[in-house]
Design a protein around this ligand. Structure first.
Ligand SMILES: O=C(O)C[C@H]1C=CC(=O)O1
Ligand SMILES: [Mn+2]
Length: 373
């Protein structure tokens, strides 16, 4: 008898961050993970994670809506269905529930984890096989204080933890942000790559001014300077400057990738399993982006270890990640809910080995940090 899905449990898990993390739209002191425990009739449990940033400040799904929508609408579409029929089950979710990409990503991850455990292979193997077992990982400097950011970068360079840094800007006036970025780049010099993420905070005219100054300061990549839906503006800015632009909020899935390519965008694309409704959708976007000549970047929604590992399994199957990855989410959190954390060293992280995601829950930690039902 092929296994069927028996139950799907969702838990809201609040983990404190190691320091306040300041983005253009919010400052985080805590990250809320939505953890999925999917139990199957053959005794296997698949783990998944759906995570966003700052409640509703980053996108239309909040941790609470992810949990509610899985419990009320999505889980009932999967219960009793064959566990290994992942293509069928994902099509079923997409045809009967609109949107909810993060919730679907958490469920797809749990399906892949369970199927990998069942077959005794990793999620990367299910996705065609890893081409890399150690992936580069940058660090985001977002304490809100220039001196603290420089000290943090120096520490991470010394520890051989990270050698590329992404600075979150856009919350302050452009001139102030440019001074902050230029001071950090000047302090680090050629020892580190420095990029910025504006998280949509500028209009096009402000972006022209800001990007010109950041290019002169030696910044190597400018992420999402203007609102997500302004594809034409992004194309104009990419054409205007030598420094490459990275599309993040502007591109969620393969369809967006095609729209951006058709509009004539030249630059790079941030892949995130949360944006593309799961690892498979993120890899579909990667194919479109690659065909369009866009550089690839392994992006994060600041997930904990489960979502980060799911992303790593997907990114490991790609030949080239021109801009590396930012899969540092677990390092921003004070604690973890898995027994063996990911191994970060030599400016990157190892792909976890073992069946499925290669992770096991620490039940005591999970019970400690899970929000009471
Ligand atoms: O890229 C984003 O917009 C979200 C995220 C990634 C790194 C970070 O600090 O925030
Ligand atoms: Mn971004």
């Amino acid at each position: 008898m092929p296994a069927v899905i028996e139950s799907i449990e969702t838990l809201l898990v609040d983990l404190p961050t190691i320091r306040p993390h300041k983005l253009s739209m919010t400052t985080m002191a805590c990250q809320t993970l939505v953890i999925v425990r999917m139990r199957h009739s053959d005794g296997i449990e698949g783990l998944g994670e759906g995570t966003t940033i700052g409640g509703l400040s980053y996108g239309p799904e909040s941790p609470e809506s992810i949990k509610l929508h899985i419990d009320t609408y999505l889980a009932p579409l999967l219960i009793g269905e064959p566990s290994g029929a992942i293509n069928h089950l994902r099509a079923r979710l997409d045809s009967q529930a609109r949107g909810n990409a993060i919730a679907k990503s958490a469920l797809e991850t749990a399906l892949l984890d369970a199927q990998g455990k069942r077959l005794g292979v990793s999620v990367a193997t299910l996705l065609g096989g890893s081409r890399h077992v150690h992936l580069p990982v940058l660090w985001t400097l977002a304490s809100g204080d220039t001196r603290k950011d420089i000290d943090e970068a120096e520490q991470r360079l010394n520890d051989r933890r990270h050698c590329d840094f992404k600075l979150k800007i856009g919350a302050n006036a452009v001139d102030e942000d440019v001074r902050h970025v230029a001071a950090i780049k000047a302090a680090l010099g050629d020892r580190a790559g420095v990029r910025v993420d504006v998280n949509q905070a500028w209009d096009e005219a402000t972006a022209v001014r800001g990007i010109a100054a950041l290019q002169d300061a030696g910044v190597e990549l400018i992420e999402q300077p203007i609102p997500a839906r302004d594809h034409d503006g992004l194309v104009r800015l990419a054409d205007r400057f030598r420094v490459p632009l990275l599309a993040d909020e502007a591109v969620a899935d393969a369809r967006d990738g095609m729209t951006l390519a058709t509009a004539g965008f030249s630059g790079a694309v941030a892949l995130k399993i949360a944006k593309s409704a799961g690892p498979r959708g993120a890899l579909a976007l990667a194919e479109v982006a690659r065909a369009a000549g866009h550089g690839l970047y392994g992006g994060t929604m600041l997930e904990g270890t489960i979502g980060t590992a799911a992303s790593l399994h997907a990114w490991s199957t790609l030949g080239e990640l021109r801009w590396g990855t930012e899969m540092f989410g677990p390092l921003l959190l004070r604690d973890d809910i898995v027994t063996t954390p990911l191994d970060y060293h030599e400016f990157g992280v190892d792909l976890p080995s073992g069946p499925g995601l290669g992770l096991a829950l620490d039940e005591d930690k999970l019970a400690h940090y899970a929000r009471p039902a």
